[in-house]
Design a protein around this ligand. Structure first.
Ligand code: ATP
Length: 424
């Protein structure tokens, strides 16, 4: 039986919306690698009663409870009090925890305020979790319940401190527990272009049932559908076998739309795959961007080392810029308009020539909210890719959502189209 977990994230700023709770998602993904399933995340304010109640509820259901935040030195940081209350333990001063807080101040060359003494208070019987990046030590303790032993770990809120502590101090404990409990998971991802989520669901049929194994989940973002297949089994090998069988069935059924397959740790962002591919093959890249106005270049520029292949890129917003910078012919613009496969094709070819690049992409579209016509409504976007002089162009239609959503989807799809040409 694989283990379950619940997360309790603490912070007034989280429930007020001033800070987005990124820690819980990070932890849930880390747990998944150990075949531990996060079954619920609760977000509570800096309130001892609320937090204690959330912990008790979580421990009723889940084997592991992860409490995040509220370990600071101030009076409103109540995580340690809440955990102690939930498990019925006394809070006691720990010399070892105090030494760690003091050592952090000594390393930082700062004097320790007296309020930091509070950070040495731990529920009786708790083990200290070392904080490599900040003052607050975390702690872990076993919590017996009628349904069996629970593990509670309390970690600090700052994401850098939390993740470092989780990896070095919590993960080994959880891995050991997960090993004893048995159970394994395996995961595979497909990314598809040109298929709506409802048509996808129809074609997938009962593979998507809530209790299916493997379970298939789908999300659509920036014009791309991502399907995640997740299998469970008595151990890793059993999960892997169930997954491999479904992947083998999935692949031919969706081959027409699939442009990428991924194992669990790969980044789903297309530039993280395309950038290294361009660098590895030494393919100089450029873009001519109208409605995306630099988004494509900016996304590729996230990739370290991209300067090896990205020398120049063009924002050609006006017709005049399309003519002067990337050599689109006035006749083409007059005959087909700026948002057309013909114009996009000339933009891609002209950009490649102007930047002396072997591969290029071009985008010209109507991001709205104004500017749409019956023939070319908002969301109409022309794309072109050029690979060693061979140009392909097409017009796609995105739903007429928000301007930025259309621009983001256009940049993403342009990169996907180039990826598809270079990998198929
Ligand atoms: P500290 O010792 O720094 O006070 P703490 O454990 O008390 O640590 P909090 O005071 O709850 O942590 O939060 C510290 C910082 O971490 C805040 O800037 C907060 O916005 C951020 N933070 C807290 N929880 C989360 C979360 N779940 N996701 C993202 N950021 C968070």
């Amino acid at each position: 039986m694989s283990l379950t977990a619940e997360i309790v994230a603490i912070g007034d700023e989280l429930i007020a919306g001033a800070t987005v709770d990124t820690n819980s998602g990070w932890i849930a993904r880390a747990l998944e690698k150990l075949a531990i399933r996060n079954v619920r995340t609760q977000v509570v304010g800096d309130d001892e009663d609320e937090t204690a109640r959330a912990i008790v509820e979580a421990a009723e259901r889940a084997d592991v409870v992860l409490v995040i935040g509220g370990l600071g030195p101030t009076e409103d940081d109540r995580a340690r009090h809440a955990v102690a209350r939930a498990v019925g333990a006394e809070l006691v001063h720990s010399d070892e925890a105090f030494d760690q807080v003091r050592a952090w101040y000594a390393r930082a060359g700062r004097e320790m305020p007296d309020t930091n003494r509070r950070q040495a208070l731990l529920p009786q019987g708790a083990a200290i979790l070392r904080n490599a990046r900040g003052t607050a030590p975390g702690f872990a303790l076993e919590f017996p319940t009628a349904r069996g032993g629970r593990l509670i770990a309390s970690l600090p809120g700052p994401p850098g401190e939390m993740s470092a502590m989780f990896e070095s101090e919590v993960l080994p404990r959880l891995a050991e527990r997960a090993r004893r409990a048995g159970g394994g998971t395996a995961m595979h991802r497909f990314q598809l272009l040109g298929l709506s989520e409802s048509v996808f669901a129809e074609r997938v049929g009962d593979w998507m049932a809530r209790d299916a194994n493997p379970l298939i989940g789908s999300t659509v973002s920036q014009g791309v559908l991502t399907a995640t297949l997740r299998a469970r089994g008595a151990d890793e090998a059993e999960a892997r076998a169930a997954l491999d069988a479904r992947v083998a069935e999935f692949r031919p059924r969706f081959a027409e739309w699939t442009f990428r397959e991924m194992e669990r740790d790969e980044s789903p962002r297309i530039e993280d795959a395309l950038g290294p591919l361009l660098i590895e093959r030494g393919l100089a890249f450029t873009a001519a961007e109208s409605c995306t106005a630099g988004l494509i270049a900016a996304r590729l520029a996230r990739v370290p080392g991209i300067s090896a292949v990205l020398g120049a890129s063009f924002v050609t917003y006006s017709d005049d810029a399309k003519r002067r910078l990337v050599g689109v012919r006035p006749e083409t613009l007059a005959a087909h308009g700026a948002v057309s496969a013909e114009t996009a094709a000339e933009m891609a070819a002209g950009a490649a020539a102007a930047a002396d690049a072997r591969v290029s992409v071009a985008v010209s579209g109507i991001a709205g909210p104004g500017g749409g016509t019956a023939e070319k409504p908002v969301g109409t976007v022309a794309f072109a890719t050029s690979v060693d002089g061979a140009v392909e162009a097409e017009v796609r239609r995105f739903p007429p959502t928000a301007r930025d959503a259309i621009r983001d989807a256009s940049a993403n799809v342009a990169l996907v189209l180039l990826w598809r040409r270079l990998t198929s």
